[in-house]
Design a protein around this ligand. Structure first.
Ligand code: HEC
Ligand code: HEC
Length: 398
């Protein structure tokens, strides 16, 4: 079949053959795999040996063409109603696709309560956002930044026609959409916008840190002695970090071709435990979605890969540095003594038994921080395939 034949070739060769394949493809329409002819060049994961292949939804197979279109859209501010904000405004490559401010600010200036999440190996995530059990695919998640109105991020709701029109008039987009979604009429629509951006974001994989070279690449010299000591502390029962930041992705709720997701990945870490009965604007995490009192203050344990690049930390960016994060865990939670959010997180009744607190020497503390830095993948934050595709004079980022 043409689609599989071409998939095995170099993308350029595939591109050269496309015109031919398209005509043959339409002749074969209904006969080829999936019944839809040439649907694009299959994307080949380049994962180190032993790393599982991420799951991809059946109705959005990963193709080189969709990823290329998704990359444009990810960096294009015209996707927001007022053309001021792109995904990349809040998700910046040099910060592992997060941003260096505590909370996100949407395109209309509205404040988000939460910190922009780093987008690292999200292809393996079984749930999206800091605390939501029901958003289980990237495609579905795309609707939130695009159309969400509490808070407004890109504010596309009610402006769909206008936004699509901006794309429709551009020859570049006409070509990219045609290549990504052949055999479709009216292909410049939000369903395809979401599918293309999700495809691009799915390729943000990171497995090239010193830790990876040490643990998976068999290079004993890839980590310093301090980093190795830090790794052992991280994995120890004294610190328990790896209980929640576990497995190859240092996160809990991963899914891929060879496993089913684990049980609940949402935990109370003791960051807050407000005394007030109600506090306007306070973020109760999972509880806000489930309304189950037992879910108050539960959040997802995010990946710690590339954590060095994505300060500040936690769902509201309220810890500025990795040192502060470590002090927070060492204290077994955080007490806030003033203001409406005061309360002793250390005494939260639902706090995880794995956040007990511990005492570290200065050297040990330094070792753990060094280990966390060894999870940094420099290639990931500089890889031009993930970068802004627009020429500098047309940069669409703010
Ligand atoms: C205004 C800033 C802002 C914009 C614009 C924005 N995001 Fe986000 N993003 C966030 C914040 C904040 C979160 C955490 C949301 C939450 O927990 O409720 C997030 C979460 C995510 C996640 C979940 C990651 C995970 O590990 O669970 C993905 C994926 C994502 N954004 C992708 C995108 C894409 C793609 C776009 C463009 C269509 C986009 N974002 C636009 C701020 C932004
Ligand atoms: C009980 C599970 C659990 C344990 C044990 C745990 N964490 Fe976490 N970790 C979480 C959760 C949940 C969050 C998100 C909390 C929030 O945003 O309110 C988090 C957040 C973090 C963050 C910030 C991530 C980001 O993107 O902002 C870092 C860094 C971190 N943990 C490091 C550690 C270290 C180091 C240890 C061991 C000392 C540890 N964690 C132990 C569950 C855990």
């Amino acid at each position: 079949m043409w689609s599989t034949l071409i998939a095995g070739r170099h993308p350029d060769a595939a591109r050269r053959m496309r015109g031919f394949a398209l005509s043959i493809g339409s002749m074969l329409l209904g006969l080829t795999i999936g019944g839809c002819g040439f649907n694009g060049t299959e994307y080949r994961w380049q994962l180190p040996d032993g790393f599982p292949t991420p799951l991809v939804p059946e109705d959005n197979p990963l193709t080189v063409e969709k990823i290329e279109l998704g990359r444009r859209l990810f960096y294009d501010t015209r996707l927001s109603a007022n053309a001021r904000q792109a995904c990349a405004s809040c998700h910046r490559q040099e910060h592992a696709f997060s941003e260096p401010s505590a909370i996100a600010i949407g395109s209309t200036g509205q404040k988000h309560r939460r910190n922009s999440m780093a987008l690292v190996n999200v292809a393996y995530s079984a749930t999206f956002t800091w605390a939501h059990p029901g958003i289980t695919t990237l495609e579905r998640h795309m609707l939130i930044p695009l159309f969400g109105d509490a808070p407004i991020e890109m504010g596309a709701g009610g402006h769909e026609k206008e936004i699509l029109q901006r794309l429709k008039v551009e020859a570049d987009y006409q070509r990219l959409f045609a290549e990504a979604f052949p055999f479709q009429r009216n292909r410049i629509n939000f369903d395809n916008v979401s599918k293309a951006i999700a495809s691009f974001v799915r390729t943000f994989v990171s497995f090239d840190s010193p830790f990876d070279r040490y643990a998976y690449g068999g290079d004993d010299s890839a980590l310093t002695e301090s980093e190795i000591r830090g790794m052992n502390l991280f994995m120890s029962e004294r610190l328990e970090c790896s209980h929640c930041h576990s497995g190859f992705n240092f996160s809990q709720f991963v899914t891929h071709e060879s496993n089913a997701p684990a049980e609940s990945p949402f935990h109370v870490t003791g960051l807050y435990h407000i005394e007030a009965q109600s506090a306007d604007g306070f973020d109760f995490g999972l509880f806000e979605v489930t309304s189950n009192p037992a879910d108050k203050d539960r959040f997802k344990a995010p990946t710690l890969r590339n954590i060095e690049y994505s300060a500040p930390y936690m769902h509201d960016g309220s810890l500025a540095t990795l040192e502060e994060v470590l002090d927070f865990y060492a204290a077994g939670g955080r007490e806030i003594t003033q203001g409406v959010w005061r309360g002793d997180g250390r005494k939260h009744p639902a706090k995880s038994a794995f956040v007990r607190g511990f005492v570290l020497t200065e050297q040990e503390k330094q070792d753990v921080i060094s280990f966390l830095h060894s999870l940094s993948d420099e290639r990931f934050v500089t890889d031009p395939r993930f970068g802004n595709p627009f020429a500098p004079d047309r940069a669409r980022r703010e």
